[in-house]
Design a protein around this ligand. Structure first.
Ligand code: SF4
Length: 238
């Protein structure tokens, strides 16, 4: 089993309730969505960038695709790591590959939560789930309905348990309707440990502070709700 990987590096988690934890990041190429605010290059490339010395900015290039043994070799030298962040792109596109990973520390899945059949395959090997709800204008009418159904189903499969922390992150742009956030939060609140409202990093796309605070206040009646922006962009780390 092999998968196309864009980058492997050691840094700290920049988003959500685990912000600041030291992680190794495994960035998969390819995504099944096309969010308007996406700032990630999801193209499959010939080589994976690998930063052996954290923060050095010096990269080696390893030919794609990679197998789980090669990932274990590349990840092995990193020390004092909280978890391996499976990020992308959309890691669940490579669910079979994920089940074969053996890197010696817990797996932390960052997913757009729209692939329930793939989620079923990985549910027993993931310790942390950072699940997004994508409320973008990409989806309209009936399409939005089935997108939300898939999202809820995926949260149900990867829900919070004794052995797995599952939380939800919603990137808040000006176009996200608070009513839609309240709706979807109502459906998934039993499956998650907390909800993070993440104001989008691009200034011109961000909703105003009052809107976010009012929404947080309404959500807090049902679910622990945090407002946390992306932090790695503030200090220039990967
Ligand atoms: S799900 Fe993530 S990687 Fe995929 S298009 Fe949206 S923001 Fe980009």
């Amino acid at each position: 089993m092999e998968a196309p990987i864009t980058e492997i590096f050691c840094s700290v988690q920049g988003e959500g309730p685990y912000v600041g934890n030291r992680q190794v990041f495994l960035r998969f190429a390819g995504c099944n969505l096309n969010c308007s605010y996406c700032d990630t290059d999801v193209q499959i490339s010939e080589a994976c960038k690998y930063e052996e010395n954290p923060g050095s900015g010096i990269f080696q290039y390893v030919r794609n695709p990679l197998n789980p043994d090669k990932i274990a070799d590349l990840v092995g030298p990193f020390m004092n790591v909280h978890s391996l962040s499976l990020t992308g792109g959309e890691p669940l596109l490579y669910a079979d590959f994920i089940t074969e990973l053996d890197v010696g520390f817990p797996l932390y899945l960052e997913s757009n939560m729209t692939l329930p059949d793939m989620a079923r395959k990985v549910k027993d090997c993931i310790s942390f789930v950072s699940g997004d709800v994508k409320l973008t204008d990409e989806f309209q009418g009936g399409e939005l309905e089935s997108h939300i159904e898939r999202t809820i189903e995926t949260f149900k499969i990867l829900r919070n348990t004794e052995n797995r922390d599952c939380f939800c992150k919603i990137v808040m742009t000006k176009d996200v309707l608070p009513a839609d956030v309240l709706d979807v939060a109502g459906f998934i609140s039993n499956y998650i440990s907390c909800l993070v409202l993440q104001p989008v990093t691009q200034n011109e796309l961000r909703p105003d502070v009052r809107t976010l605070l009012e929404l947080q206040n309404e959500l807090l009646g049902d679910i622990d709700t945090l407002i946390i922006p992306q932090t790695h962009t503030m200090w220039g780390c990967l």
